[in-house]
Design a protein around this ligand. Structure first.
Ligand code: ATP
Ligand code: MG
Length: 381
């Protein structure tokens, strides 16, 4: 509740006293005028007397009417109302002054401050709205800061990831430039290393480009009706050779066939290519990679499973963060940047779907859940 200051209380009291004094003066004047009118008008006076005579009650003919009493009674009612009304108005004005003072305080940069008191009626609406406004301003400032921070992180990560291969490219090219080689074989070896590192840089730049493209607000999405069974077959076929080399069988199965979904085929293809590529790269000792899609109600559930090494439980929660790589993958020369799964997540988000991962010693499964129809979901959000 709002507490008035001592000054406001005494001002309110003073206002009450002044109002009462003024009203008394007015009342005296009004009574004087009425009496004057009655006295100078004998017809009116006798009329009032007759009415007065006829209004009584009880065995002793108690008179219930005296025009002075009625006039004074009415005047007192009116006075009471006027005093109440004036004090109430002044009180509202003080409430507003307090709200404005609080607003000034917040506007001076005290953004963690909220209007602390509660009032009745429309003033409370003002307070609630002001507090909500400050809340949402603070929220959007924090969001902005978070975005700024994550952009900085992105730049730091990318420059670091670009510098490492670039340093070795420059190192090996300098050996050639400075003629620090003994045979043509050395030149071939050095340029091969430089070439591999340059390819690694290109993958990073491509990944980054892809990632920022799907992250952008209003990223163009080319939605159409796609036969998922065909799309998954294509993905699995494109990795068949690579799988054969490593003794891993890559297969896909869809239930029912064809399975039509609304999707951007190029982007969705990228999702499953990334998942299968990971399974090939990191699924050490695996014998199979299975893509399995089935319709469940108005959604489709697609699992990409392999029986390779288990992903440590502590890493599972971080896999979809950009640049995150499980510690063992960092040291290995698998040449990843940690963007693959962040891209997967962004694309699945664009399709209003979900992606999750489970991993046991027997099987590691990435599960993508997509709505069959995009228009229905888009209408809901
Ligand atoms: P990029 O895909 O950008 O080239 P990356 O493959 O390292 O790099 P992600 O695809 O995001 O990055 O994967 C992140 C990490 O998750 C990988 O480094 C790997 O450690 C782990 N991982 C992903 N898929 C599997 C899998 N099927 N089995 C085991 N580990 C996996
Ligand atoms: Mg990857």
């Amino acid at each position: 509740m709002l507490k008035l200051t001592g000054r406001e209380k005494s001002a309110l009291f003073f206002e009450g006293v002044v109002t009462v004094a003024l009203l008394i003066l007015i009342n005296v004047a009004v009574i004087g005028i009425i009496q004057g009118v009655i006295q100078s008008n004998p017809g009116l006076a006798s009329g009032i007397f007759i009415i007065k005579q006829s209004l009584w009650f009880g065995p002793y003919h108690t008179q219930i009417w005296s025009y002075q009493r009625i006039v004074i009674g009415l005047l007192m009612l009116l006075d009471g109302w006027v005093v109440w009304w004036r004090l109430k108005r002044r009180y509202h004005q003080y409430q507003m002054d307090h709200i404005i003072a609080e607003l000034h305080y917040i506007a001076q940069g005290h953004l963690d401050h909220r209007i602390p008191f509660r009032l009745k009626g429309s003033e409370q609406h003002v307070i609630t709205s002001v507090n909500a406004l400050v809340d949402s301003a603070v929220q959007s400032m924090n969001d902005e800061r978070q975005i700024e921070k994550s952009k900085d992180e992105l730049i730091t990560n990318v420059s670091h990831d670009l510098r490492t291969p670039l340093t070795s490219i420059i190192g090996y090219l300098r050996l050639i430039e400075d003629k620090q080689y003994h045979s043509e074989e050395d030149i071939v070896k050095y340029s091969h290393i430089a070439y591999e590192k340059a390819k690694q840089m290109k993958t990073l730049v491509d990944d980054l480009f892809e990632y920022t493209k799907v992250q952008q607000h209003g990223a163009p999405v080319n939605m159409m009706t796609v036969d998922l069974s065909q799309l998954l077959e294509q993905v699995s076929a494109s990795f068949e050779l690579e799988g054969q080399k490593r003794g891993i069988e890559v297969s896909s199965a869809t239930q029912p066939t064809p399975l039509l979904v609304d999707a951007d085929p190029e982007k969705l293809g990228r999702v499953f290519s990334n998942l299968v590529a990971n399974a090939l790269k990191y699924g050490n000792g695996a014998s199979y990679i299975k893509i399995d899609a089935r319709q469940v109600g108005a959604s489709v559930v697609i699992e990409v499973a392999n029986d390779g090494t288990q992903i440590p439980a502590a890493s599972l929660g971080h896999l979809f963060e950009r640049f995150y790589r499980v510690e063992s993958s960092r040291s290995k020369d698998t040449g990843g940047t940690g963007l693959g799964l962040a891209i997967v997540k962004s694309i699945v988000d664009l399709h209003h779907g979900e992606v999750e991962v489970t991993s046991t010693p027997q099987v590691t499964t990435f599960t993508v859940i997509l709505p069959l129809h995009q228009t229905a979901v888009a209408a809901q959000v």
